[in-house]
Structure formats: structure tokens, C-alpha cells
Design a protein around this ligand. Sequence first.
Ligand code: ATP
Length: 248
Amino acid sequence: AAPDKILTVTNIEVIYDHVILVLKGVSLEVPRGGIVALLGGNGAGKTTTLKAISNLLHAERGEVTKGSILFEGEEVKALSPNLLVRRGCIQVMEGRQCFGHLTVEENLLTGAFTRRDGQRAIKADLERVYAYFPRLKERRSSQAGYTSGGEQQMVAIGRAMMARPKMILLDEPSMGLAPQIVEEIFEIVKMLNAQENVSFLLAEQNTFMALKYATYGYILENGRVVMDGAAQALRDNEDVKEFYLGIA
Ligand code: ATP
């Protein structure tokens, strides 16, 4: 595999329940240190692609039946989801999935569960996460279930950071959030990318916002990549403008 690519997905097919063909040959790449957007409407196959990468399809009776997924040159099929986390590939699920009854800080600490280094290193990383998300520091003792949607998304990303990720698979972070909050979250993603060298694969229906922060994008439709290109080229593309940006 090319060492400058942290992730290389080649022609994967995914089938649910042995019969439902959902991904029909998807290929994509994430350069090391890049932010890549995976775009497309409801049901296009974005979440399925992310779960295939983090080897989480089994729980949904899904299976990668063709193609290959290499994370840092290693076939992910051969790795358990747990081992993938330890290698630095972390998924942030759609709908944030915070533990509502735990505090913000307890939620963040759950992100360190696969780590074998000591409490001191984990504490230092907690402070680092708070430096990126000052709002979480203010709310560290609040029950996560009582924080706002934007704060819960921050908790979910902060928790991923606690695992010392090399790559974060971020599923629909903008879902249900006001544009201003979405912008705030994407600004933090940009900082984590630039300062912590975390690569991102960003699944989004919010095409405009995603292409503002990503350098490259893939558009999925019905389980296939129908278009890909540099973010700027996609934003300027007439079809993208018409179908995804709503500005004909
Ligand atoms: P969304 O934004 O709604 O999450 P998506 O682009 O992420 O959309 P997926 O969730 O990957 O799309 O779904 C792609 C297709 O796979 C849809 O037609 C969906 O109904 C189907 N699908 C998803 N999960 C399963 C499952 N566990 N069993 C059967 N079909 C599924």
C-alpha cells in the first residue's frame, strides 16, 4: 500500500443478511493527515462504509464479501474492532451515542479503555481534550444526557481523542444541530487535524459544510461512488450544486 495513504478501500461489496447488496463496489482513499468527505443522501451507504472500515458490520448481520480495506497497509478484516481501536482507527457513531447517565468527564474517560499506558498519561490527554473543547471542561461534572446536542457531539469526538487516534471515522456530526454549532464543531475537527495530525473520513449529508472543511470528497449514491474530486472542484460542479447544494 502507498505509505502516504492511511486508508485504502478497494472495490468493496457489502451484503446484509446474506442477500441485501448495499455496497456495490466502493473504492476510496484517505491520505495521511487528510480530511475526506463521504457524501450522499439518506441510505446511500455512508454508515455502512464506515462500519465496514471499523469492522463493525457483524453486529448488524452485514459482511464485506468482496474487495479490500487497508488501514496503514493492514487488512482490517484480520483485526478485531478492539485491535483496530488500539491501532488508532476510531469510529464516532451517528447520533453520538453518549452514556447519558455518566458525566461528561466519565464519558471522555471511557474513550481510553483500550489504552495500556498509565493514569498520568490519560489525565494529561483529558486536559488536552479540554483545551480543544473548553465547553466540555465547564460541563465536566454534568450528566451527559442533560447537555445539548452540540455538546454531546463534542463529547463523542473528545472521547475518540482519548484513544489517541490516527484516524477518526466521523458519522454525520452535523445531524440535528444548528448551523453555527456545526461550524464550531468542524472548526475543532480542523484543529485536531492540523495540530494532532488526525486524519478524518467524514460522512455527511450536509454537503456544503463538509466540502468547506474537506480537501477531497466522494459522492455515494445507491451503494456506488458516482463522483469524486477535490473539494473545490466538487463545490464548483454544476450537478453537485444542483443536486446536493440546492443552488442551481
Ligand atoms: P443514513 O444517513 O440514513 O445513515 P447512509 O448513507 O449512512 O444513510 P446506510 O445506513 O449505510 O446509509 O444504509 C444503506 C442501505 O443499507 C439502506 O438502504 C439501508 O436500508 C440498508 N441497511 C442498513 N443497515 C442494514 C441492516 N442492518 N440490514 C439490512 N439493510 C440495512
